[in-house]
Design a protein around this ligand. Sequence first.
Ligand SMILES: NC(=O)c1ccc[n+]([C@@H]2O[C@H](COP(=O)([O-])OP(=O)(O)OC[C@H]3O[C@@H](n4cnc5c(N)ncnc54)[C@H](OP(=O)(O)O)[C@@H]3O)[C@@H](O)[C@H]2O)c1
Length: 296
Amino acid sequence: MKNSAKPSITKPRVLVVGRDGQLGHDLMRALSPAFVALGVDHAGLDITDRKATEKKVEEVKPDIVLNAAAYNKVEEAGRDPSRAYLVNALGPYHLAVAARAIGVPVLHVSTDYVFPGTKKSGYKEGDETHPLNVYGASKEAGERLVRIGNPDHWIVRTSALFGIHAGGGKGYNFVTKMLSLAKEGGEVRVVADQFTAPTYTRDLADGIRELLAKEVPYGTYHLVNEGSATWHDFAREIFRRSGLRTKLTKTTTADSGTTIDRPKRSILKNKKLKALGIGLPPWEDALGRYLTELHR
Ligand SMILES: NC(=O)c1ccc[n+]([C@@H]2O[C@H](COP(=O)([O-])OP(=O)(O)OC[C@H]3O[C@@H](n4cnc5c(N)ncnc54)[C@H](OP(=O)(O)O)[C@@H]3O)[C@@H](O)[C@H]2O)c1
């Protein structure tokens, strides 16, 4: 008799570290059903603890280790460089080495802040890094240590994230911050001399799933929503799409009261992934979908 049962296909198991962050949260949703997403939050694993990291990876035995955990408080990182380096550099190294010990690859998420922001045409993956502040330097060190710790790695750089789970990590993102400032009333002042590529974590998570599903070659990639904007442009679009008549004025980095140096034009170009058929929609479209989901 012919056996009509379908052969069982085992799905790759992905350990999502930093499950409760903005990106981690959307990755847990986006990876399924193509992958089995196994998440761990900060309480379940502190990546600065080498032994605990090795133990967790060894216990779970995933097919891929994905690091979405980070210390993202850019201003505070300047005042607490040891914490920034522990979480953003040593933590990713521990994960990369732990993945290598069980023979699996690691995907690590990095930032546009590894660049100095002087290139007008935008940064390609191979451009030279030169961070301007401690946060960027700690993330750049994380990239280097991941490359050293595990040759089987993907490093995905992104920028200016906004996601529904903004309660994790920093506790807010630029969009939720603008909306709460608008609620307070009065004038909102936003820098108009820094450009970025605003990126929705839901789209980024979908892009990362595609990258893994297509088994793109190991290496460093950029992945952001299409287009770019100054933070002032971004704020204007948030208020416009939310129907808010908040008074928005332009300010400069020099007058913004920031305590650290920030890149002026750190726009990432998704050159390598686009060539492989992976791209994200324009940021304005992403913002519209995000606001709809936020107010649902
Ligand atoms: N946010 C942005 O605008 C932006 C821009 C460019 C690149 N990125 C990169 O994108 C990735 C995701 O960012 P995100 O905005 O989703 O971050 P997020 O919301 O701040 O989440 C980060 C998560 O990491 C966890 N975490 C912190 N320290 C940890 C540790 N020692 N061990 C384990 N978990 C720890 C945090 O937990 P607790 O809250 O409990 O500490 C939090 O859940 C990061 O690599 C980040 O550098 C972000």
